[in-house]
Design a protein around this ligand. Structure first.
Ligand code: BTN
Length: 256
C-alpha cells in the first residue's frame, strides 16, 4: 500500500463534501481493494460511520459474484465508504440512487439502474456497487468508470462505457467524489427517516422491471419476466408459472 500523489484534489472537497460521510478520507495511490482495506480498518476500529477510502488503483479490485473489477490507474473512481447501520433491503438502493444522482450532478446525464448494482448509460455499464456487511454496518464499495478511454474499455472486454466516452469530455474526479459522498449521505439519511420513499425511488428507477431477463445463478439459468422487487431487495422473476426471489445472480436484460 503506497500513499497517493495523483489525481484527486482532496483540498477542494471540504467546501462541497458533507459533514458526516467523508469526515475522513484516506487517499492511496494503490491498494489491493478499497473494500478489503476498509474491512481491515473496521476490524481494527480505525473506521467509523462515514470514513472513506479512495485509491487511484486496485491490484485485486472485486465485483459482485466473485468477479474482478479492473481499471487502469487513475481512470476510474474507486472508493469504499463505511456506513452504519446496515439495512440489507436498502443498501443497494441507497448506493445506486446516490451514484446515479452524483453522475447526474456532474455530467447532466442520468444513469439507469439495473438490478441490483449496475449503473448504465446508453445501455452500457458505467459503474458498479459492491455492498459487504461488516461489523454493525456495511462497506459501500463503488467503482465508476469515469475517465477510461476507448482502448482501456476495450481491454476490460465487457459491455461497458465511461463518463468520458459517453459525455465526450474528461470528468473532474474530485467533483465526482464530492458529489458522490454528498448524495450517499443524503440517501442514507433519507433511508433512516423515509425508508419507503427510498425503496420506491429505487424501484421506479430500475430499468430491469417489466423487462424480459436472463437469470443465471450458480445452479440454473432461465428466461423470465422481472416483475418487481421485494422489501428485502430481491428481484422477483417469473420462472414457468411461479414467481421466484432472485438474490445472488447474473441478470441480463433481453433485447426489447
Ligand atoms: C460490480 O459491478 O460487480 C461491483 C463492482 C464494485 C467495484 C468497486 S471499486 C471500489 C470497491 N473496491 C472493490 O474491490 N470493489 C469496489
Amino acid at each position: 500500500m503506497t500513499e497517493a500523489r495523483l489525481n484527486l484534489d482532496l483540498s477542494s472537497l471540504p467546501k462541497i463534501s458533507p459533514p458526516i460521510v467523508g469526515h475522513t478520507i484516506y487517499h492511496f495511490r494503490s491498494v489491493d481493494s478499497t473494500n478489503d482495506l476498509m474491512k481491515r480498518m473496521v476490524r481494527r476500529g480505525t473506521a467509523t460511520h462515514g470514513t472513506v477510502v479512495v485509491s487511484d488503483e486496485q491490484m485485486s479490485g472485486r465485483g459482485r459474484l466473485g468477479r474482478a473489477w479492473e481499471a487502469a490507474p487513475g481512470s476510474g473512481l474507486l472508493t469504499s465508504t463505511f456506513v452504519e447501520p446496515f439495512d440489507p433491503g436498502l443498501s443497494y438502493a441507497v448506493c445506486s440512487l446516490a451514484v446515479s444522482s452524483a453522475v447526474h450532478m456532474v455530467t447532466d446525464r442520468l444513469p439507469e439502474i439495473k438490478w441490483p448494482n449496475d449503473l448504465l448509460l446508453d445501455g452500457l455499464k458505467i459503474g458498479g456497487i459492491l455492498v459487504e456487511a461488516q461489523g454493525r454496518g456495511y462497506i459501500a464499495g463503488i467503482g465508476i468508470n469515469s475517465n477510461m478511454n476507448s482502448e482501456e474499455l476495450a481491454r476490460i472486454g465487457q459491455k461497458a462505457t465511461s463518463l468520458r466516452v459517453a459525455c465526450g469530455h474528461i470528468v473532474d474526479q474530485s467533483r465526482l467524489l464530492g458529489a458522490l459522498l454528498s448524495c450517499l449521505e443524503g440517501e442514507h439519511e433519507r433511508s433512516r427517516s423515509f425508508p419507503e420513499a427510498v425503496f420506491r425511488d429505487w424501484r421506479d428507477a430500475l430499468v430491469t422491471l417489466g423487462r424480459q431477463v436472463e437469470v443465471e445463478t450458480s445452479r440454473e439459468r432461465w428466461v423470465g419476466q422481472a416483475v418487481d422487487v421485494a422489501p428485502d431487495g430481491s428481484l422477483l422473476v417469473t420462472n414457468d408459472k411461479r414467481i421466484v426471489h432472485v438474490y445472488a445472480a447474473d441478470v441480463r436484460l433481453r433485447a426489447v
